[in-house]
Design a protein around this ligand. Structure first.
Ligand code: FAD
Length: 494
């Protein structure tokens, strides 16, 4: 493959451009086409810890990146009201306690829970303890010491992130063309894409095309008819309304997700503003009501008019077809409940680099890429459905999602957990054991039993083991400064 053409310059397009320029080197011929007239989706501000690997792979300095994107740090997601009004829990990143022998921490915790000898689960999570006190600092792991158990991600301004990556990619040799793609030209015999025709008449030719054109999927669907798996029967929210408001104190090191009448509202703290949005089901709520619920639940004054977005939850049936791979929204969309979309771009880029075609494109590579993509998307989908399935709310929307059928793969996971607290993850499944545990427990699914080997500790040792886990979490968190102080000292936006 000589010439790569990226169609679209949102987060997906510029992430792809930056990564290709970094890993294929300056001799690669990479062109990105974007249209200012169309613009980008303009949301997508919360991430998960894997983004640090992406930035690190590009050699990006963390503090410079956070400053350039008006960013803040994220230790988890706080879920308010998902199990009923007034209830909340956090899905904190990193570990909760530590494994002892063959058995995960939570089995010991479950044993103690049965005899009411326990503190709460989250007291053994360094990220949960730090979040509750609005503290943050990256913790360096030291050889010979217990792992800290801390993991973190970022909140950032998506527009500034794309700008940041654009500078990076252009410095790495990526050529940017501003223009509207009017037509996708294909080989009349085998259907592979040959070029993009711009409105100006210019032809942008390439050997391999990366569709980052957003929801419209200009190449993957418009030209190649890849198909779309609609998952709205499992995840019925199909709209969002978003509005930024002024930044308020304290600067929380976590995203907030608050359940509403027919959906949920996000709150994402940045340095210069707070991002807010309300994801909802149009079958249960009008756009006007959704906007008014959002505006009534802001921490500060709105800085703009609310913006409506529509989506169809699901994924492209085939993300790679012929000489085109779809990344970002053109590959599909799942609501931002666990901030997974940018991660899906990142992992798709990594997969593409692993299976990068040489002189010709092997059907086996395409099949493998699509197989891995399906697995990754389906496991994330199951994790999102769990939040809805295990809700404890009474409104019609929440009753409907609680009663709806769930995929067999999720039903199996829940059954395993309910019986003996087992959390089985397969292959490279994204969410960790600690992640599943927190959402399951946080939303009220308490197992009947636990791993029998957890009984090997004496009563006293069990109490001591749990206490030490809590002390460790407390010690790690207490060494962290206030989140805003950390940012002011290291990565304040200029
Ligand atoms: P877009 O931003 O839509 O970019 C499409 C690009 O294609 C643009 O540059 C456009 O100009 C170009 N284009 C389109 N048509 C043409 C044409 N004909 N000619 C030329 N150029 C064209 N993700 C997260 O990880 N965390 C979150 O918290 C999060 N929140 C979200 C909330 C909502 C409500 C939504 C809808 C998404 C959210 N996402 C989130 C997802 C995230 O926004 C996207 O995954 C990410 O922005 C990637 O978008 P994109 O680049 O694929 O598409």
């Amino acid at each position: 493959m000589q010439k790569f053409v990226i169609a679209g310059g949102g987060t997906a397009g510029w992430m792809a451009a930056a990564a290709l320029s970094r890993f294929l080197g300056k001799q690669a011929n990479i062109t990105l086409v974007e249209s200012d007239a169309i613009g980008t989706v303009g949301v997508g501000e919360a991430t998960i810890p894997q983004i640090r690997l992406f930035n690190h792979g590009l050699g990006i300095d963390e503090n410079a990146f956070v400053a350039a994107t008006q960013g803040s740090f994220k230790l988890g997601i706080q879920f308010d009201g998902w199990s009923g009004d007034g209830q909340h829990y956090i899905h904190a990143f990193g570990n909760i306690g530590r494994q002892l022998g063959l058995v995960g921490y939570h089995h010991y915790w479950l044993r103690a829970l049965k005899s009411s000898k326990t503190n709460d689960l989250w007291s053994a999570s360094p990220c949960a303890v730090a979040s509750a006190e609005n503290r943050f600092a990256p913790v360096e792991e030291k050889p010979g010491q217990l792992p800290s158990g801390v993991a973190y991600a970022y909140h950032f301004d998506a527009g500034l992130y794309a700008k940041f990556l654009r500078q990076y990619a252009e410095a790495g040799g990526v050529k940017r063309i501003e223009g509207l793609i009017a037509d996708v030209r294909q080989d009349p015999e085998n259907g592979t894409i040959q070029s993009l025709q711009l409105e100006s008449g210019q032809l942008v030719e390439g050997d391999f095309f990366i569709d980052c054109s957003g929801f419209r999927g200009l190449l993957i669907e418009g030209a190649l008819n890849a198909g779309y798996d609609d998952w709205r029967h499992w995840l019925p929210c199909d709209r969002a309304v978003a509005v930024p408001c002024e930044a308020t104190k304290p600067l929380t090191p976590y995203t907030k997700s608050s359940a509403r009448k027919a959906g949920w509202q996000w709150r994402i703290p940045l340095q210069h503003r707070t991002g807010n949005g309300h994801v909802y089901s149009s079958a249960h709520m009008s756009d006007d009501e959704a906007a008014s619920i959002l505006l009534d639940n802001l921490d500060g004054c709105a800085l703009d008019e609310p913006r409506q977005l529509q989506f169809t939850t699901g994924k492209r049936t085939r993300a790679w077809v012929k000489n085109c791979v779809a990344l970002g929204l053109s590959a599909g969309f799942m609501e931002p409940l666990e901030s997974t979309s940018i991660h899906l771009i990142q992992s798709a880029i990594a997969r593409l680099l692993q299976l990068l075609p040489g002189d010709h494109i092997a059907e086996a590579d395409i099949a493998e890429y699509n197989r891995q993509t399906d697995f990754e998307w389906e496991r994330i989908r199951d994790f999102l459905i769990l939040h809805y399935h295990a809700n404890g709310r009474s409104e019609p929307f929440w009753q409907a999602v609680r009663d709806a059928e769930i995929p067999d793969s999720l039903a199996h996971k829940i059954a395993l957990f309910k019986a003996n607290g087992r959390i089985v993850r397969e292959h490279e499944e994204l969410f960790t054991e600690a992640g599943w545990l927190q959402v399951l427990i946080g939303q009220g699914i308490v197992p009947e039993g636990y791993h029998p080997l957890a009984d090997q500790l004496s009563e006293n040792d069990l109490v001591e083991f749990l206490k030490l886990a809590g002390q460790h979490a407390q010690r790690i968190a207490s060494r962290m400064p206030d989140h805003s102080d950390y940012i002011a000292r290291h990565c304040a936006a200029q």
